[in-house]
Design a protein around this ligand. Structure first.
Ligand SMILES: C[S@@+](CC[C@H](N)C(=O)[O-])C[C@H]1O[C@@H](n2cnc3c(N)ncnc32)[C@H](O)[C@@H]1O
Length: 487
């Protein structure tokens, strides 16, 4: 180990961390640490270790090179350590750490293999040659190391494309979302019929949907989409085990766990199913601008509708069909959205988060952060915008609950300025150009309140909220005529 007198910077040893995810060795060599500690006690100065600003822990650094030296500093009781803070400019930190590690002591075969595999998992765009160059192995060796990972990734990409294509997302948007070229997407699309063959054959042999899903790694909604293809809506309801409600009161106790993710404010797929049944037709285009856990998209797969979904939460790997989009609250019209596309939706399903009180459940800049008036103001603008994306026949389904400030508050003492009721929504929908056609009650389950809570509420005369409504709207005719005549 070459010794140096000069150092770039000194930081506290306690601010330096070992991040296992970028450490290429299987274990720390304690004998080596002891020798280095001995050297330090004898007054030797080591080369500064190399660190990177920690991407997740504020004020901390993670080691790229020098784990043994850092441990020796700690063993001797030194509170600071010379470091070079590296900016890797896009180089994979694990591969950089591996390259540095090879210098003083070769990695074992198992360490090299594991480094190559981890690097590929972190960044599947890396080629075998790129990985090989950094860790000192040939392209063919790396190909062998990662062959199975590549195959799994291929299957995963195929499934993402299958799902997005099935939901009617245009090819150029699929390509953008998955970071692939349109040619790649086109060639994958050619494989789609072959891809469905094996699950289809297992289904026809009598395997259940959960069994086939587990065997082939398909999601259940994807399989429902296959199994129910071409069937009328009523048959689909029957096969899904959803009793069809004939009147305008839709009670559902639980969310059907097969559709959508566990998500704050998750709504039952059965409810979306009923909206689709009554207010859309097979193959219609559905738009969900704040799609959350993806229950709308999943239900659309089962009921044979196309669906475009957006959300500020980006879950590209798990939910590529929910495209990443943030409705910036400082903007009054959002012309740059995907809805610029020529096709206009047949049905918009809009399930916004509650205002203020539920803020902690969603991302930092969500509209749930807004105080009451600003929240209503945002929605009014948003309804005006939605009108510009709609056609004459488009329906808007707005899902909302009366939000009253009832917690710990007797009914007589509730403050109206802390509440948003059904009528408040209607007051802004009307001037924004939307006409109400149906009010459907779809109450929240009251089972979430246990007996102790209920008795405490009754004691204090607190009136809880379980009401939830679906407002169905269409464009107001007079406004539409004005638009047509250019006024
Ligand atoms: C009530 S949740 C939707 C739940 C969904 N229907 C489900 O069942 O999973 C509302 C969603 O709005 C999203 N959201 C809130 N403010 C947003 C904004 N300004 N732009 C985009 N999405 C936003 C949140 O991330 C959240 O996922």
């Amino acid at each position: 180990m070459a010794m140096r007198e000069e150092v770039n910077e000194r930081v506290a040893t306690s601010d330096v961390t070992l991040d296992e995810s970028i450490y290429p060795r299987e274990k720390i060599d304690h004998k080596r640490v002891s020798i280095f500690a001995e050297n330090l006690r004898d007054g030797f100065k080591f080369e500064p270790i190399q660190v990177q600003i920690h991407p997740e822990k504020e004020g901390k650094y993670r080691i790229l090179d020098g784990v043994h030296r850092w441990n020796a500093h700690k063993e001797v009781g030194l509170t600071d350590i010379p470091v070079i803070i590296k900016d890797l400019k896009g180089i994979d930190p694990l591969l950089y750490a591996a390259k540095m590690a090879i210098g003083p002591k070769q990695l074992t075969e198992e360490e090299t293999r594991s480094t190559a595999r981890r690097a590929f998992q972190n960044n599947p765009q890396l080629t075998s040659s790129e990985i090989g160059k950094l860790i000192g192995r040939s392209r063919q060796t790396i190909d062998n190391y990662i062959a199975d990972l590549r195959a799994v990734r291929q299957i995963k990409i195929d499934q993402k494309i299958w799902r997005m294509n099935r939901l009617g997302i245009p090819q150029e948007r699929i390509a953008r979302r998955l970071g692939e070229t349109r040619d790649v997407i086109r060639s994958h699309l050619g494989e789609m019929p072959i891809m469905a063959k094996s699950p289809n054959s297992d289904l026809s042999k009598g395997l259940t949907i959960p069994q086939v899903a587990a065997k082939h790694g398909w999601s259940e909604p994807m399989l429902w989409s296959l199994v129910l293809e071409g069937k009328p809506d009523q048959t689909r309801f029957k096969n899904l085990g959803w009793g069809l409600r004939t009147w305008d009161l839709w009670n559902f106790n639980d969310c059907d766990p097969r559709f959508g993710d566990d998500w704050p404010g998750r709504i039952p797929a059965q409810m979306i199913g009923h909206i689709l049944f009554y207010f859309s037709n097979p193959d219609d285009l559905i738009f969900d601008p704040m799609a959350g856990g993806g229950v709308t998209a999943d239900t659309c797969l089962a009921l044979g509708r196309r669906c475009w979904s957006l959300d500020m939460e980006d879950r590209a790997d798990l939910r590529p069909e929910i495209e990443h989009y943030y409705w910036d609250m400082t903007i009054k019209s959002w012309e740059d959205t995907i809805l610029e596309s020529r096709e206009k939706p047949d049905l918009i399903i809009f399930d916004p988060p509650y205002f203020q009180k539920k803020a902690a459940s969603y991302g930092e800049n969500s509209i749930a952060r807004l105080p009451r008036l600003e929240y209503l103001h945002f929605l009014e603008n948003f309804f005006r915008f939605l009108k510009t994306t709609a056609k004459k026949t488009t329906r808007l389904a707005l899902i909302n609950s009366d939000w009253r400030d009832f917690q710990s508050c007797p009914a007589l003492k509730e403050e109206t300025q802390n509440a948003i009721l059904l009528t408040d929504y209607y007051k802004i929908l009307e001037p924004a150009g939307w006409e109400l056609t149906h009010i459907i009650q779809a109450p929240l389950s009251s089972e979430r309140f246990n007996a102790i809570i209920v008795s405490a509420m009754q004691e204090k005369k607190i009136l809880g909220v379980t009401s939830r409504y679906i407002l169905l709207l269409k464009l107001k005719m007079d406004i539409e005529k004005n638009n047509i005549s250019g006024k």
